[in-house]
Ligand binder design. Sequence first.
Ligand SMILES: NC(=O)c1ccc[n+]([C@@H]2O[C@H](COP(=O)([O-])OP(=O)(O)OC[C@H]3O[C@@H](n4cnc5c(N)ncnc54)[C@H](O)[C@@H]3O)[C@@H](O)[C@H]2O)c1
Length: 367
Amino acid sequence: MEKLYNYKVSLGKNSYSIFIGKDILRSIKTFIPNYKNYSKIILITDTNIYKKNSELLNLELNKKLNFKTIILPDGEKTKSFKYLQILIEKILMLNLDRDSLLICFGGGVLGDLVALASSLILRGIDFVQVPSTLLSQVDSSVGGKTGINSKYGKNLIGTFKQPKSVIISTDILKTLDKREIVSGYAEILKYSFIKDKAFFNWLRENGEKVISLDTKSCIYAIKKSCSIKSKIVSIDEKEKGIREILNFGHTFGHAIESVAKFSNKIKHGESIFIGMFLAIKFSIFLNLCKKSVLENYVLHLRKIGIPFKLKDYHISISAKKFLNHMKFDKKVKNGKIKLILIKDIGRPVRFFLDDEKLLSNFLKNEL
Ligand SMILES: NC(=O)c1ccc[n+]([C@@H]2O[C@H](COP(=O)([O-])OP(=O)(O)OC[C@H]3O[C@@H](n4cnc5c(N)ncnc54)[C@H](O)[C@@H]3O)[C@@H](O)[C@H]2O)c1
């Protein structure tokens, strides 16, 4: 068998394994704990993925697992009440019971939606994540956050529900658009900034190889990201403490996505590149951080040709509107915006904004 990596997310009775390898879907049964005990298996994917992977799904995987397939439209707009209802009703129509299993075969959008559905149907049924984008392989499939968006903001409706396992096969990424691969790189870069300077130095040398899907580099970056995330989640499942550092760049980023109305104008990861840029700049503005951190960030992204400014995505937002959207993020406590800022690469810091004017003045200059 080809090389297989296994990380454990340790959460007592909710513990599970993340399996990582090049072409491990061929042995999918091995990675679903007690798969024989499930009375019914339902696989959920989206139109786009289905079109590009129908042979894998219909010929290879369905032969092994004998599942029913549900196909939803692709795109961030599917993470909504409307599609949550559609999905749940489609699942219920298949007469499932508490011993049924859902398999999510998709990116972060489907992952968040299917996980939420699995936590609601019959008060909770099992599900497995087969993440199919780089972003979902390094981030959203691990950690058990589920969610849908609302007109008031991103991921405001959701639960915590851990999967039974996460099966990461890098071969799936071959059919993914370059723009999606780059978007996933944002979360990889985030891990290096919040936790691991040596990893950032590795990315400086190898980031281009990750984006061009060189197998060895890609597996290394996924392993490293999953290992950082699983350790953090194992300590703080419900985001009461250290898990908050995973939101570095996200409070700024979510505001951008909300202003863009979750459209294709900007992908989640793309907004996180801008969000991290603004978070580092704001850290410098507050004298928390050295300028060299920003220089390193900018140099790295320029070297590999990734845009990180709003104007690069043809988006303009007033400081007032930006601030309003930031206030609707979940990271607001007692009316104060909570930000993850940075002191140095690998040294994040939690910051409560006492004086909103500081951020408002900063944004007026930046936007
Ligand atoms: N739950 C969490 O902890 C968490 C963490 C980070 C991000 N997220 C969420 O993840 C979402 C973004 O996820 P994403 O970037 O994976 O986007 P996505 O799920 O929308 O997928 C991007 C696009 O790629 C297509 N696609 C997926 N896999 C493919 C494949 N193998 N081949 C060809 N096309 C494929 C999809 O059809 C879609 O059009 C956001 O909603 C974000 O909020 C959640």
